[in-house]
Design a protein around this ligand. Structure first.
Ligand SMILES: Cc1cc2nc3c(=O)[nH]c(=O)nc-3n(C[C@H](O)[C@H](O)[C@H](O)COP(=O)(O)OP(=O)(O)OC[C@H]3O[C@@H](n4cnc5c(N)ncnc54)[C@H](O)[C@@H]3O)c2cc1C
Length: 455
């Protein structure tokens, strides 16, 4: 039994999980004076997230948080290519909209700023369930590494626990926010930085086209939704390898196998000096990311980009939008779904609509095999323009004229192109559905919206 709750709340806000979403939200709340507790199950923020992330540079201004400082910045490739899986064709990607940062280092940077401005950080505590009282979340139960349990009360709880969605997944069915994820909607990613021989000469890099300073992204190595990316830096003596494979196509073990295959061909590659691995959700965002006293952000709300699994920018953007709803709720002393709905609506009408667009596209093209994808890159159906559009997370300009031009260019690829064209049309419909996400909570309006187009 939760103790007398209504007047006695330990915190205004509990943020469960100090990944990019939780860290950004803590930073935003710090300046408001709200009593905020950031809970992290690892021993320190970023401990379990040590990998390089390629991030839309614009997300720092959109999320209104400081850009990474020197220690968090990662080396940029001098040239960046998209390649066929057989490495015979390369498309040079122009000025990339992405910057590469050290995920854990940036998380720590933001959390320490939040701490300096009054946010309380509690590490080594796993949030195991929401505390629910009179149909509203009023806190969380946590457990430490010795198995000691504790109940902590708050007016609002933000679930930022990543794909496990530890808190929102235990909310009552009638709140409609406990959607689960299926294996087919998960990609497994692994990114490793390994030391390479110090006195290595550029000419000694035998595995062409992995030239020093050049990043090569091989698409479709294990079906449409897979990537293998390599970047060698001779001056700094490291190689950076990123692989991603859908969970239902081998996931974790396929990732390890791909990395093994790469390093076997490079005798000068040594031990791992930085890196990590984890599953990422690649489906449309959950339809209802808020309930009474609770919001869900980042991977816990499936807000990663379904086409390439990038979740950092969405998490930061979600934190900016959520913070405004949370402040409004605290100021008005109303912590209901209706008040928090502004976050659901603003996110889903904007970023959520684009993520949904990419989810429909993904579902419709992921049955393509490596041969078809290679042909599309070779005939420039997937060109620099398409790659940049995908990386900047904007919808493709898929007008009938655009598709017709591609069909003319694609020739023999009529069938996959037609599939691509149909997928584009369906994706546009899904996009429009999310643009019309209800702007305030009303049960009938929400149910009607849900049924309006099957995503
Ligand atoms: C190898 C790899 C490469 C990637 N590359 C990119 C990339 O290039 N670009 C990009 O944008 N994205 C990339 N991603 C995805 C990106 O890392 C995630 O989308 C992003 O981290 C999601 O942020 P989040 O805060 O929602 O969740 P997470 O990063 O998963 O953070 C969740 C946090 O909550 C903590 N936690 C979990 N459960 C609990 C609990 N019950 N109680 C308390 N704490 C808890 C975890 O320890 C963690 O610190 C990559 C992912 C991987 C695995």
């Amino acid at each position: 039994m939760v103790r007398e709750l209504c007047n006695e709340r330990d915190f205004d806000l509990i943020i469960a999980g100090a990944g990019p979403a939780g860290a950004a939200l803590a930073y935003k709340m710090a300046s408001t004076g709200a009593r905020t507790l950031l809970l992290e199950k690892a021993d320190f923020p970023g401990q379990t997230r040590p990998w390089v992330v390629d991030v839309e540079e614009s997300c720092f201004s959109r999320g209104n948080i400081p850009p990474p400082e020197k220690d968090s910045l990662w080396k940029k490739a001098s040239r960046h290519f998209l390649s066929t899986s057989d490495l015979t064709t390369m498309t040079e990607i122009g000025e990339s909209p992405l910057i590469s940062i050290k995920n854990d280092s940036y998380i720590r940077e933001i959390v320490s700023r939040a701490k300096r401005r009054g946010v309380k950080l509690l590490c080594g505590r796993e949030a195991i369930s929401p505390l629910i009282h009179k149909d509203s979340v009023v806190g969380v139960e946590v457990v430490d590494s010795n198995g000691n349990k504790e109940k902590i009360l708050a007016k609002i709880v933000a679930d930022c626990t990543g794909i496990s969605a530890a808190i929102r997944s235990q909310t009552p069915d009638h709140w409609k926010m406990n959607e689960s994820i299926e294996l087919k909607d998960i990609v497994y990613a692994k990114r490793e930085t390994r030391r390479i021989q110090k006195d290595l000469d550029a000419e000694e890099v035998p595995c062409l086209p992995y030239a020093p300073g050049v990043r090569i992204d091989r698409s479709g190595v294990r079906g449409a939704y897979s990537i293998e990316s390599v970047f060698i830096d001779i001056e700094e003596s490291f190689i950076d390898i990123l692989v991603g494979v859908k969970a239902d196509r081998g996931g974790r073990s396929a990732c390890s196998e791909l990395i093994e295959n790469i390093i076997q061909k490079m005798p000068y590659v040594g031990e791992v000096i930085y890196g990590g691995e984890a599953p990422i959700p690649i489906r449309n965002p959950i339809e209802c990311p808020v309930g009474n006293g609770i919001l869900s952000l980042g991977d816990s709300a499936f807000q990663a980009v379904p086409m390439h699994g990038s979740g950092f920018a969405s998490a930061v953007i979600a934190a900016e939008i959520a913070s405004r709803s949370i402040i409004q709720a605290i100021e008005s002393k109303r912590y209901t779904r209706q008040v928090l709905w502004k976050y659901a609506s603003e996110f889903n009408r904007g970023r959520g609509a684009i993520l949904t667009y990419y989810d429909v596209l993904r579902k419709n093209v992921e049955s393509m095999n490596a041969y078809e994808i290679d042909k599309m890159i070779r005939s420039r159906i997937i060109s620099e323009e398409e790659t940049l559009t995908g990386l900047s997370v904007r919808p493709f300009p898929a007008s009938p004229l655009y598709i017709a031009k591609k069909i003319v260019r694609g020739g023999a690829l009529f069938r996959p192109l037609l599939r691509f064209g149909i997928a584009g049309g369906l994706a546009r419909m899904a996009y429009r559905k999310y643009r019309k996400y209800p702007d305030s909570y009303n049960h009938e309006a929400f149910e009607k919206w849900k049924k309006s187009f099957p995503v």
